[in-house]
Design a protein around this ligand. Sequence first.
Ligand code: GLN
Length: 312
Amino acid sequence: VSPAHSQPLRTALTSVLTHARSLTDGEVASYIPELARQDPEQLGIALASVRGTIHAWGDSEAEFTIQSISKPFTFALALDALGLAAVTEHVGLEPSGEPFNAISLEETSGRPLNPMINAGAIVTTSLIAGDDDAEKFAVVRDGLSAFAGRRLDVDEDVYLSELDTGDRNRALAYLAQAAGTLASSAEVATRAYFRQCSLRVNARDLAMMAATLAGGGINPLTRERVVSEDVARWTIAVMTSCGMYDASGDWLVRVGLPAKSGVGGGIVALQPDQFGVGTFSPRLDARGNSVRGVGMLEQLSKEFGLHMLEHR
Ligand code: GLN
């Protein structure tokens, strides 16, 4: 996506947004009570090229909590610090085909199946350096901010709401602790994980974060190397196989871009070496993926022939 193409891009994006506005299915997440307060009509999209060109439309500056979109980025930070072998002793790389909050632990190893579902993400956060949740969260916040190219803040209300109602996540952490795959106490891991999920972003931040992975680990604007090229590739691979939970296979057929969704209403997608996209619309389908976000990315993929397996 270069500026030279921005006129057709503008036309296509206007049509994508118009079409997305007609999609009114789905519900705003309510299992975290504070999320139910979001305005369901918000709709934004941003694209960032690996060269640092940004295009943004609609409510691209509206902030929401990153939720599960934090998972690939924290996974990347753990991989960068510890390497693939050490991380995969604790968490697998296999699509689970199960909902994001599934009780997923491999029978023999006790590892959660992958780092994109809650069980695997909580274990991943436990692997981040730090003696307590504050120290671990500080590392996560610095790292995710480096991906975004600006300092990200926590939505305290969402954090407290999740802390208050996150028993299922606590249960997942305790199961991993019992299986010996958690690298900290269950309480430390879940508190750091809840804070990580409560970081506030907008569609533009998500586009930059994805563009940093697409650019092999270098933030297109700050030029900072956030993670190594290998780590960026491994992370994109896991997004490809597991990024949309139990809709990952369907997504790969219909959209064909590495992606990750979150229950705050965001989705990131990317094309390696090319660009990152961030979308925002809070109404979710039954699997927890943004209805309008999926709609926009599906249409964009078709219109621009972005499917990774496209015959060229
Ligand atoms: N913080 C949320 C949870 O753990 C993240 C889930 C999601 O975005 N799918 O339930």
